[in-house]
Design a protein around this ligand. Structure first.
Ligand SMILES: [Zn+2]
Length: 201
């Protein structure tokens, strides 16, 4: 809110206008922003009204778009009601839970496959390092060649170690999530939770 009293711009309380930027202008598709007007009532008193309005209109004017204003309270209430309906819709709720679970499962499965590939690559690099040493010891390659190959192999090894760490972290994280899920199944916070988790496990 802009404080008019002392003329200083005050904080913007996002919580009051959660749809800022999320609502799209029905005409041009730009994100809607906050716009304020002061209405004068018949008795002379003033009434401040807050709207979501087209961001294009607000920034660039009427040559670009119209205001397409909608009262903040009206839009918020409408969206909250729709969200309430969706979240209390069991089918929708189950679908969301199911989708999240599937995504986690796929992520973990991919990471496990990736780990196998990385382990094979690690063995290959080790074999090549060994081979490089042998060739040098048997004087089949020059010292320069040996050093170049060693550097290249070390670089590959370093890169691979980095990837292995990333993969391990994904597996670890997904493991934590699975354990949390298992905990939830044992100690459901409510009937709805226990029912939904069990349906998808
Ligand atoms: Zn617009």
């Amino acid at each position: 809110m802009i404080s008019q009293k002392n003329g200083k711009p005050a904080r913007i309380y996002d919580g009051e206008y959660p749809l800022t930027g999320i609502l799209k202008c029905p005409q041009c598709g730009a994100g809607m922003v906050i716009s304020r007007t002061t209405n004068r009532n018949k008795d002379g008193s003033k009434q401040k009204l807050t709207y979501y309005a087209c961001g294009n209109w607000k920034n660039k004017g009427t040559t670009v778009c119209h205001s397409n204003m909608v009262r903040v309270e009206k839009a918020n209430t409408f969206v909250y009601n729709q969200l309430d309906k969706l979240l209390s819709d069991e089918k929708f709720f189950k679908e969301v839970v199911g989708r999240v679970n599937r995504e986690h499962r796929i992520l973990k499965e991919n990471a496990i496959k990736e780990r196998e590939v990385q382990e094979k690559n690690l063995q290959k690099i080790k074999v090549r390092q060994q081979r490089n040493h042998e060739l040098y010891e048997d004087s089949e390659i020059s010292r320069e060649e040996f050093l170049t190959r060693r550097e290249e192999l070390n670089r590959k090894l370093c890169e691979l170690r980095g990837k292995q760490t990333e993969t391990s972290m994904v597996i670890l994280e997904e493991g934590k999530i699975s354990r949390k899920r298992a905990d939830l199944e044992r100690k459901p916070c409510c009937q709805e939770c226990s029912r939904s988790w069990n349906d998808f496990s």
